[in-house]
Design a protein around this ligand. Structure first.
Ligand code: FAD
Length: 310
């Protein structure tokens, strides 16, 4: 049997796509290793439209419920959870999709929605204090640090945008960057560093996060003078890049230099005919739950046209 569509990934992008594909009666297989995606670890999410506040765990549960409500007997959607796709190959007019457990499926089209993971800070205690003052999302957790001294680790646009956001309610924001040159746009750097409560320190190596139950400080070394400094802070926001989950498709779909899938933002088409992608695994500028879901819906509209006009 050949599916119309295989959707890979059960975050907001893949889940939204599954609901839309089912309602359009596309003969679809949905495969995910887990439900919910990256923000499943968030205590509370305040910007998922329609829910003033929802925990990451509840969001994941809702995705699962919504997808399964459109699957099963009499429906065109089939669900495989707890399965990881590890190979996609071209098979005449179709694609072959293989999972780690050795199953193989054939399909006319594919939507990749495998998201990404944050590059983790490597320093003593960074793991132990994650979600206890050390966080990877200023948009999500920033307001919890109102009136406090915080640090942003990184030197790209994401780090500077996070610092700007945090400066609106934090007492002070210190940007710690590993090299002498910021990767962020000059105009952004200039604008952000004009704010009175933001400063930046370059050429820094982060050594240790201090704190027992919650973050109490950060220790870093000046790479030029070799001097060590401890800053007392309550929050550490890490913005040192993302690693897209795209390694398994790198031979079939063109990626950019950061490993993100290159897409046409009007349609979500990749440069490989028959394959679409949406969400954090793509080379879009902004990464949020609502954006991932919306882009995936756009992809399904385009896939539907492709299937019915081919
Ligand atoms: C800690 C944190 C908090 C955040 N908080 C917010 C917030 O408050 N608001 C907001 O809008 N955004 C938030 N974000 C960003 C948001 O989570 C992402 O933009 C969004 O999850 C991207 O969705 P996605 O569907 O593209 O990918 P993901 O959410 O990364 O989902 C990818 C899915 O694909 C599955 N998968 C991966 N590889 C495979 C494979 N090979 N085979 C099968 N399945 C696979 C994974 O199990 C996962 O279910 C947060 C991010 C983080 C890290």
């Amino acid at each position: 049997m050949v599916y119309d569509l295989i959707i890979i990934g059960g975050g907001p992008a893949g889940s939204a796509a599954a609901v839309y594909a089912s309602r359009k009666r596309l003969n679809t297989l949905f495969i995910t290793s887990e439900w919910g995606g990256q923000s499943v670890v968030s205590e509370q999410i305040y910007n998922w439209i329609g829910s003033p506040s929802i925990s990451g765990a509840e969001l994941a549960e809702n995705f699962k419920k919504h997808v399964l409500a459109n699957a099963g007997v009499g429906q065109t959607l089939e669900v495989k959870e707890g399965e990881k796709v590890n190979t996609i190959t071209k098979n005449n007019d179709n694609f072959s999709v293989k999972t780690e457990s050795g199953e193989e499926f054939l399909t006319k089209t594919i939507l990749i929605a495998t998201g990404s993971g944050r590059r983790k800070l490597e320093a003593i205690n960074a793991d132990k204090l994650e979600h206890k003052g050390l966080t990877y999302c200023a948009t999500c957790d920033g307001p919890l640090f109102s009136g406090m001294d915080v640090v942003v680790v990184g030197g790209g646009n994401a780090a500077f945008e996070s610092a700007a956001q945090l400066s609106a309610y934090c007492k002070s924001v210190t940007i710690l960057h590993r090299s002498n040159v910021f990767r962020a746009d000059e105009i952004t750097v200039e604008k952000v560093l004009k704010k009175e409560n933001i400063k930046a320190i370059k050429n820094v190596e982060i050594l240790e996060i201090k704190g027992e139950k919650f973050v109490e400080g950060i220790v870093f070394k000046d790479k030029i003078t070799n001097t060590e400094t401890e800053l007392k802070v309550s929050g550490i926001f890490v913005e040192i890049g993302q690693i897209p989950n795209t390694n398994f498709i790198k031979d079939i779909v063109p990626l950019d230099e950061g490993g993100r899938i290159k897409i046409n933002p009007l349609t979500q088409k990749t440069e490989t005919s028959g394959i679409w992608a949406a969400g954090d695994c793509t080379n879009i500028l902004y990464h949020q739950n609502n954006i991932a879901a919306g882009d995936a819906v756009k992809a399904i509209e385009d896939i539907y046209l492709y299937i019915h006009t081919k």
